[in-house]
Design a protein around this ligand. Structure first.
Ligand code: ADP
Ligand code: MG
Length: 231
């Protein structure tokens, strides 16, 4: 068995939007722990603060109150440089796939390896192709996104997020734009790769059809964690 390490831990995270009299609290006392290889699903009504929490954990916005640790780094008070460094170790998958239309599937995936200095172009290319095979797109390596279906594009996005073997993948409603069959395929591939690479996944979803892949489900309402279920 793999030794599970703590990838993310938060302590009493509070978050506010707006200034002065318009300031309102969006997140309240968020405490959570995510371990390597763990698939955590965050579920809750629209507007409950899921994306805000995900972007805080991803170092995409500054922590205002409380502590947030990613591996050995504290994000509260971290410099911009540090945040950039941290972001490079996290894979992101959004609802819209955000692929670049003028690059092929392989080139889109390969882009996330460009910052790895110890990797030659050839190695990066082979790695990207292998990753596309892993998401069952070996036959679409040289296709442009406009010639791929929604589910295929989302699988390219998964390959792009996972090719650099990040310790953490953050996914915000990755199946929202997909039919149920493609949505299912997409999350099953994420699950398989997470277990293989021992990477942690935090996924926001409303999609009841995919909840069974979770090791833990966090229910959030009005900015508070109201229930945590472990499986
Ligand atoms: N940049 C922002 N400025 C002000 N309010 C925001 C901003 N982003 C989100 N909000 C508000 O914060 C609350 C939580 O939003 P969000 O985290 O996007 O919820 P969810 O992802 O669960 O739908 C909502 O009431 C939303 O209107
Ligand atoms: Mg959201």
């Amino acid at each position: 068995m793999f030794k599970q390490e703590i990838v993310v831990s938060t302590r009493n995270i509070n978050h506010y939007f707006g200034k002065k009299s318009l300031r309102s609290q969006i997140l309240f006392d968020i405490n959570l722990v995510i371990k390597s290889g763990e698939i955590v699903i965050m579920s809750g009504p629209s507007g409950s603060g899921k994306t805000t929490l995900l972007t805080l954990i991803g170092g995409l916005r500054s922590v205002q109150e409380g502590n947030l640790k990613f591996l050995d780094w504290e994000l509260h008070g971290a410099s911009n440089e540090k945040l950039v460094q941290i972001r490079r170790q996290i894979g992101y998958i959004f609802q819209a796939h955000n692929l670049l239309d003028f690059l092929t599937a392989r080139q889109n995936v390969q882009m996330s390896l460009e910052l790895q200095k110890n990797l030659s172009y050839r190695q990066a290319r082979l790695k990207s192709e292998a990753m596309l095979h892993a998401v069952k797109l070996g036959h679409r390596v040289n296709y442009y996104p406009t010639h791929l279906s929604g589910g295929q594009k989302q699988r390219v996005a998964i390959a792009r997020a996972l090719v650099s073997q990040p310790k953490l993948v953050l996914a915000d409603e990755p199946t929202a734009a997909l039919d149920s069959k493609s949505g299912r395929e997409v999350v099953e591939i994420m699950q398989l790769l997470a277990k293989e690479q021992q990477c942690a996944i935090l996924m926001v979803t409303h999609d009841n059809r995919v909840l069974d892949i979770a090791d833990k489900i966090i229910h959030i309402e009005d900015g508070r964690i109201i229930k945590e279920e472990l499986f």
